[in-house]
Design a protein around this ligand. Structure first.
Ligand SMILES: *[C@@H]1O[C@H](CO)[C@@H](O)[C@H](O)[C@H]1NC(C)=O
Ligand SMILES: *[C@@H]1O[C@H](CO)[C@@H](O)[C@H](O)[C@H]1NC(C)=O
Ligand SMILES: *[C@@H]1O[C@H](CO)[C@@H](O)[C@H](O)[C@H]1NC(C)=O
Length: 960
């Protein structure tokens, strides 16, 4: 944001607190007391206690869950049956289980509870809440990939008490299901990679009536957190009693696990059961507005994606825990010496993870890889791939809380031009509204919003405004009136409209789980309703965890009720994306006949958000540590399938000095979502305000982003078709190189071979870049050569330099002419940079389309494969023709390649002065000049082809 607390809202908030008799003074670090530790969360404590019990009992521990063999059926790629839980009182409870084997190669395990499914339970406090375990998370999250495997088959040779199913590509996968105690082993090529309930921590807290007991309780169980739970002065009424679910997932032979954002922590996740360098608490996922969050912590943040990859040499596997309730994950790494499986190539470590959620079903997907790319692809088939954004959205965004008037916005716009710094989007935080009523403009400070947007449009620039889900509770505000008259707001536990405090003071929350709310929300964005908005306006959905200033843990009470009579407890983590989903639809259809790709920034997220939005890491601080942590945070989001991610450049809170600000821009250009933002209390820091030499340093960084936009857009396109991260960590590119697995401070841009290592420490003028392979790497700016596998190379990094290398073997597309905005580069010619690999070859791709509409879905795009082989550079078509292809190619007919630079070319080229250029359809070959630039010492020579002028949308060859 909008951070959590502006002066004025603080005043409101504080006066409220004074009223209820406790004063909290805003501090500089996170207020731990506002957020639960595991010990303060009933179900977390209970599930950890189970794990402690099991561990204390060692081999004598046995899971009380077994499959009733007589109930098992296998049909159409699906195994169904009843799992029996035996309670301490020797009751037998029936838990229907389904194990689905999917065509995509993943397997899905669902466990539910029969009594609750049938509604054969009693709810306390006369609550109207749904009796079932929440089973609609998938409605918001899954897009496809659920087709059952046609070839999955029972293995007839299974011994008694076991069921074995072969499935997956080439039937290489096998699930071995032990009936008693219940356990599942997932194998690939005969080796076990994932084990469920191997530690015996499967737990489904079954429904039971609350019995008032006197004196001793017979079960011997600690019921203190079963029926209600208090924290920070709020009491959760828990009408359904205890209902948590949990299971352990073991990765034998794996020592690294990644994913499960959002945490301000390293890429390689740490152990969570204490000890030096480890966390004391599990990684928590409970979307929250964490004010001044702390670093290197498993504390929850704004978003949650319960998707984890485990990686070892040559193998990546994964699990996805589809549950929208509060979730914690414990991680323990154990020596694997006693492991009878003794996997070849595996590390000597087993990583044991333990997942538990407060409510809902067990719904778990298992992915067997074997490569990280395959995991990304299969996970994306389920949850959807990154939306291909509008082109402007991958350029530079200028934000501040707040640009205070429409004249201020126009002035900033003009200053960027004056100082020749490109930018595409300017943002308005909260205070553009009339009294914090969304869909309105402050009549005094923004009297002419249309004029402002029209001015921006002169340079094809955009405006993004903040619209949040809390609606000011005020009679004369039509949005509030409609919300209530239509009954579309979230309710409290008694079924009345829930009233909480947020920016506007007393507020109500739109309940986007309700289809009628979805329709209504769309209507609010139409031009006749959101007056003063034009078609170059886009939306920022903030505070959608939801943030509630006076709620428990700054969010809604868990016993609030949503559409379908689901408790807030059930849906909390998908709450944010239901708003984004409705906003997406609204932006798609703002005006009949004008269908364009929406752009939405969301703070809260869950798996699937990548289909609709970009995210940022929330309210960070202007410190070097916050700059440093932004890299693993962005990388983690990428491998968790939501790569359109960034952090506030410059830091939201406090004032960065010039060195920090410059270094932050040099790092920020590597965030897929590149936006500068600042708190209302900070000094203005638009790049043009910074004194030299830092203004130039920052301008150069932004220009480098613009120069490489063709490569960025191509990487976004790849993410949109196969889920690969846009910026990638070392292990993802070099999955065999164990030395690189934990590296999270350098990154690769898509497939380009560009390797950046931003400087994230003060007063640092060299940096060490780790190189995995034996190829030559060239400094991007001066072609200095670095070579040597498996070691770090020291690269100069004076303040004006971004440490950036290009791996040998690539063709990188760029556009070298600086413009005011990316849209104005649309018809500019391209430059291709070639670096040759050991075999003297290079490869690269380029994807380009109109950057705005969905015509690309009907062939309206250019997708080229560039290859350099045997001294010939060629461009081949990778596209598939559609009804819009010819039209689009026509618009691009004049766009050519104006320069080809070959780094470290064969020495023999010294004597050449021309190359032969053959374009498809041309009658004759032409020639272009070739110039050879000799460099000395460690710098590679290079050769430049001038003006080959081949069409970017055409097939052609350049013969050297
Ligand atoms: C929004 O949610 C609806 C209903 O669950 C779903 O069908 C639709 O695909 C979602 N939209 C996007 C863009 O994911
Ligand atoms: C039930 O018994 C356990 C174990 O003796 C004890 O710790 C717990 O406090 C008791 N709970 C209630 C509600 O009596
Ligand atoms: C890892 O994969 C590479 C390439 O596929 C192969 O050459 C190598 O032998 C594999 N190593 C192990 C330990 O499996």
């Amino acid at each position: 944001m909008a951070g959590s607390r502006p002066v004025s809202a603080w005043t409101l908030f504080l006066s409220l607190l004074v009223l209820i008799g406790c004063i909290v003074v805003p501090g500089l670090t996170v207020k731990h007391e506002n957020f639960k530790t595991c010990a303060q969360s009933g179900f977390c404590k209970r599930n950890r206690a189970l794990a402690d019990d099991a561990s204390a009992q060692g081999t004598s521990w046995s899971s009380p869950y077994e499959l009733d063999s007589s109930t098992l059926q296998f049909k159409d790629g699906q195994l169904t049956g009843i799992l029996i839980k035996t309670t301490t009182a020797n009751e037998k409870l029936r838990l229907p289980i389904t194990v689905s084997f999917l065509e995509s190669g993943s397997a899905r395990v669902i466990v539910d509870e029969e009594k609750r499914m049938k509604g054969d339970i009693e709810i306390r406090h006369n609550s109207k809440v749904n009796k079932k375990r929440y089973d609609e998370t998938e409605k918001w999250v899954l897009m496809g990939g659920l087709e059952a495997s046609k070839s999955a088959a029972l293995n007839a040779e299974a011994e008694a008490g076991f069921t074995k199913v072969q499935y997956g590509p080439g039937d290489k996968f096998q699930a071995i299901i032990r009936h008693a105690p219940f356990e599942v082993e997932f194998q690939r090529d005969g080796q076990t990679h994932v084990q469920l309930n191997h530690q015996g921590l499967l737990n489904m807290e079954h429904w039971r009536p609350k019995v008032d007991k006197e004196g001793d309780n017979d079960s011997g169980e600690d019921e203190s957190t079963w029926w209600e739970e208090s924290f920070g002065g709020n009491t959760d009424s828990k009408p359904r009693g205890p209902e948590s679910v949990g299971i352990d997932v073991t990765f034998p032979g794996y020592s690294h696990v990644f994913g499960i954002p959002e945490h301000a922590d390293s890429l390689s996740l740490r152990e969570t059961r204490g000890g030096p360098g480890n966390h004391e608490n599990p990684y928590r996922m409970y979307n929250s507005d964490v004010f001044e969050y702390e670093l290197n912590s498993p504390m929850t943040l704004y978003g949650a994606i319960p998707f984890m990859q485990a990686h070892r040499k040559n193998s990546t596997v994964g699990v996805f825990w589809l549950n929208a309730a509060e979730t914690w994950v414990d991680i323990v790494k154990k020596p694997a010496s006693s492991n009878p499986l003794s996997l070849s190539g595996s590390s000597k470590t087993n990583t044991q993870t333990h997942w538990f959620s407060e409510a809902g079903r067990i719904d778990l997907f298992v992915f067997l890889g074997p490569s990280p790319q395959e995991i990304s692809k299969t996970y994306g088939q389920l949850t959807g791939y990154t939306q291909l954004p509008q082109h402007f959205a991958i350029a530079y965004h200028q934000c501040r809380w707040n640009y205070i008037t429409d004249e201020d916005v126009k002035d900033v716009d003009a200053k960027f031009d004056k100082y020749q710094i490109p930018y595409d989007v300017i943002w308005l935080d909260l205070d553009y509204t009339d009294d914090r009523k969304y869909f309105t403009w402050d009549p005094l400070t923004f009297p002419n919003p249309k004029g402002m947007q029209e001015k921006l449009d002169e340079s094809e620039r955009k405006l993004v405004v903040l619209i949040d889900p809390h609606i000011k509770n005020k009679d004369d505000y039509y949005v509030s009136k409609e919300l209530n008259s239509k009954g579309l707001a979230v309710q409290n536990k008694d079924g009345d409209v829930y009233d909480g405090w947020c920016w506007p003071g007393s507020s109500h929350w739109v309940d986007c789980f309700n289809p009628a709310a979805f329709t209504w929300w769309n209507s609010l964005h139409k031009y006749d309703k959101f007056q003063g908005s034009l078609s170059n306006l886009f939306i920022w959905n903030d505070m959608n965890e939801p943030s509630v200033f006076n709620g428990p843990e700054t969010t809604m009470p868990k016993d609030n009720i949503h559409y379908g009579d689901w408790e807030h407890r059930d849906i909390h983590n998908v709450n944010g994306i239901t708003l984004v989903n409705a906003t997406y639809q609204a932006l798609l259809e703002r005006k009949k006949g004008e269908v364009r790709r929406p752009f939405i920034l969301t703070r809260s997220y869950y798996a699937g958000a990548q289909r609709m939005s970009a995210m940022w890491t929330g309210d960070n601080q202007a410190t070097w540590d916050h700059l440093a942590i932004s890299l693993p945070m962005v990388l983690t989001n990428g491998i968790a399938g939501f790569p359109f991610a960034g952090a506030d450049v410059g830091g939201f809170f406090h004032n960065p000095d010039k060195e920090l600000l410059s270094r932050w821009y040099q790092a920020g250009i590597w965030y897929p979502f590149f936006r500068a933002h600042a708190h209302i209390d900070t000094r203005r820091r638009e790049p043009y305000l910074i004194s030299e030499p830092h203004r130039t340093i920052i301008s150069q960084a932004i220009r480098l982003r613009y120069q490489l936009l063709p490569a960025w857009y191509t990487a976004f396109h790849e993410a949109s078709i196969n889920g690969t991260p846009i910026v990638r960590p070392q292990y993802y590119e070099f999955p065999d190189d164990e030395e690189g697995f934990a590296i999270d401070d350098q990154l690769y841009l898509g497939n380009t071979g560009l390797l950046a290592k931003p400087v994230v420490t003060e007063n640092t003028f060299t940096t060490d870049i780790y190189i995995s392979d034996g190829e030559k790497y060239y400094d991007y700016f001066d072609y200095t050569v670095y070579q040597g596998a498996g070691k770090k190379h020291t690269v100069p990094a004076p303040e004006d330099k971004i440490p950036l290398l290009i791996q040998g073997g690539h063709v990188i597309p760029r556009r070298d002419r600086p413009r005011r905005s990316s849209a104005l580069m649309r018809w500019d010619p391209y430059t291709l940079i070639l670096t040759l690999n050991k075999n003297g070859e290079a490869d690269g791709t380029l994807y380009v389309d109109d950057g705005e509409t969905f015509d690309y879905e009907r062939g309206g795009y250019i997708h080229r494969q560039f290859q350099f082989r045997d001294s010939i550079l060629s461009s081949e078509d990778l596209g598939t023709k559609g009804p819009k292809t010819a039209e689009y190619l026509k618009t691009m007919a004049g766009v050519t390649v104006e320069r080809v630079v070959v780094v470290d070319p064969p020495k023999a080229w010294k004597d050449k002065s021309t190359v032969t250029v053959i374009e498809d359809g041309a009658k004759t070959a032409s020639t272009s000049s070739l110039e050879y630039f000799e460099q000395q010492g460690s710098k590679a020579s290079y050769a430049v082809v001038k003006s080959p002028n081949v069409g970017i949308g055409k097939s052609w060859r350049i013969e050297f």
